[in-house]
Design a protein around this ligand. Structure first.
Ligand SMILES: [Fe+2]
Ligand SMILES: [Fe+2]
Length: 177
């Protein structure tokens, strides 16, 4: 069996770092809305809990970036801005849109992480284990989002498509640049 090449692993870590940081930013944007224009203490609590996981995920990749001397994506400032904007905007639209935002992103990430897990071999055993654990956290977030009212009915389907397309574009860019 051939060993997964180092450059590919670096791409994985670069994009995962960007994605997990983006997740933190989305939740920050949502909490910003919930601390200003939108009053919903339950939603706030749910989001705060999920944000704790995203911070843990992000810190892991932050550490890997330093340890392996990988360049983070050049687009971090843009993803930060778009992440906060997406979180803030979706929450202003209401709880269903806020939760759909989580569900849509997590559906893309679930698939993205599975794809990486399938490519990682024994030479990256620890990384594979971490990504598998994080993937399970993301699946849990997706389930929470649907339980809390995420829906793809009517106009929400368009929102789902926009968020997914945007996330996939961000993933493709962040792997390479
Ligand atoms: Fe995450
Ligand atoms: Fe998540």
């Amino acid at each position: 069996m051939t060993k997964i090449n180092k450059r590919r692993v670096e791409e994985f870590i670069r994009v995962d770092h960007a994605g997990e940081r983006g997740a933190v930013k989305i939740y920050e944007g949502q909490l910003l809305a919930l601390n200003t224009f939108v009053k919903d203490e339950n939603l706030k609590k749910t989001i705060e809990e999920m944000k704790v996981h995203e911070k843990e995920h992000c810190e892991f990749f932050e550490n890997e970036i330093k340890k392996r001397n990988i360049k983070p994506t050049k687009f971090l400032p843009l993803w930060d801005l778009l992440g906060v904007g997406l979180g803030f905007g979706s929450t202003l639209l209401g709880k269903k849109a806020a939760m759909l935002c989580t569900a849509s992103v997590e559906e893309v990430i679930d698939e993205h992480y599975l794809n990486q897990i399938n490519q990682l071999d024994k030479s990256e055993k620890d990384l594979k284990k971490k990504i598998s654990k994080f993937r399970q956290d993301e699946i849990d977030h997706k389930d929470i989002a649907y339980n809390e009212g995420a829906t793809k009915k009517g106009p929400y389907l368009l929102l789902d498509k926009i968020i997914k397309t945007g996330s996939r574009i961000a993933i493709n860019i962040s792997e390479k640049i």
